[in-house]
Design a protein around this ligand. Sequence first.
Ligand SMILES: Cc1cc2nc3c(=O)[nH]c(=O)nc-3n(C[C@H](O)[C@H](O)[C@H](O)COP(=O)(O)OP(=O)(O)OC[C@H]3O[C@@H](n4cnc5c(N)ncnc54)[C@H](O)[C@@H]3O)c2cc1C
Length: 432
Amino acid sequence: MNEHWRNWSGSVTARPVRVQRPATEDEVVDVVVRARDEGVRVKPVGAGHSFSPIAHAPGVQVDLDGLTGVVEADRTRRQVTLRAGTRLHSIPSLLEPFGLAMANLGDIDRQTISGAVSTGTHGTGLAFGGIATQVVGLRLVDGGGTVRTYHEQDPELAGAVVGLGALGVVTELTLQCVDAFDLEAVERPEPLPHVLETFVERCGQEDHLEFYWFPHTDVALTKTNTRRPHGARLRPLTRRQRAVDDDLLANGLYSLTCRLGRRLPRTVPAINRVATSLVGDREFSDRSHRVFTTSRKVRFHETEWAVPLEALPTVQREIAAMIDRLGLRVSFPLEFRAAAADDLWLSTAHGRRSGYVAAHRFVQESPDDYFRAVRDIALAHDGRPHWGKMHDLDHATLAAAYPRMRDFLALRDTLDPDRVFGNDYLARVLAG
Ligand SMILES: Cc1cc2nc3c(=O)[nH]c(=O)nc-3n(C[C@H](O)[C@H](O)[C@H](O)COP(=O)(O)OP(=O)(O)OC[C@H]3O[C@@H](n4cnc5c(N)ncnc54)[C@H](O)[C@@H]3O)c2cc1C
């Protein structure tokens, strides 16, 4: 019986022909060559945390849980090479002996480093790019079973990093790290109109700023993180505070509001007003990774769009108007973030500093109407969808949004002319 696979939200399932678990690069080569000879497709899968079917693997699914840990570290250059299956949550302790940390992270740390990088996973902070911008070297096994290495000076590195799993099986990634640092966190409810008016300016002043907005309310829950050199006295959340704030209040409350909201949609606005008054008013400091990431226990569907940063406040206002107009009852908050422009070919922040809007829907509710309406608003502002989150754009629309798309397709033709790593999602977004 084939192993059954499902992604984190349960929206994508697969029954691969077989699952292979290589523990070395040579074994990855064997996996690719054998599948190729058999005419079966190959798909490396990370932690299955993508909402889109990007990791769908009906052929040979490659599980890289055996390919983890540090290959080498250069303390002077602050560069560390990791095996591709390494989970983000194990990286802090791997970097600790070298006094290093990752410069920025997203909301959670369950993903693999290769999965996170391949889809353009990002956090917030206008002086920082997504996780992929930390990559200064990469090794992959291409569709012919050849090992390719890309260094900082190779122009193709900018194409290979956000590779969508379309170019090969990444085996190693070299990260440009920074000296270990701490973060001071301030989380506050603030009037939404004020936050919208000042968001762009504040993004330029703060190291890491984001906000959550519960639909049907006029409150923004802001999170401001300030970087501090490691070593000063910390005021971390105690285990109990974390359990109460994150597990009971945040996750528990979301779970309750989502379940209640599903049964009694009319109660959602009132519940959301209560929710905003209960969460998000605290200050603490801790090691960077402990502040950047939290746990997400309530399962949801998600779509996320990158727009030019200046458009983000307008996008929020248009989404609020759309929710009212369509009479939707949305229990899950939207998340608003920012990132620096970068030059990675398929990065959602390619060539422009970007604002991100992420919309969620409780896993038991259909996201279709809501996400389509968010899509239309984002597209009207030149939006680009997160590759790992739900969207229905086709290649023509995406090609118009990415000036280096042609170069990416040419790189794919070189590395995987026979589409050994293809799947239906890639056929849609890359036209073949
Ligand atoms: C609760 C939750 C919170 C999230 N928070 C954020 C966030 O804050 N910011 C953000 O930007 N995103 C976020 N995401 C999205 C998530 O970071 C991305 O979808 C990411 O790609 C998931 O990593 P993964 O290891 O699960 O990869 P998977 O989803 O398993 O795979 C993603 C892609 O990577 C490819 N891949 C994996 N390993 C390799 C390899 N070795 N070689 C080549 N290709 C490979 C796969 O083939 C696939 O194409 C979140 C997702 C969830 C479920």
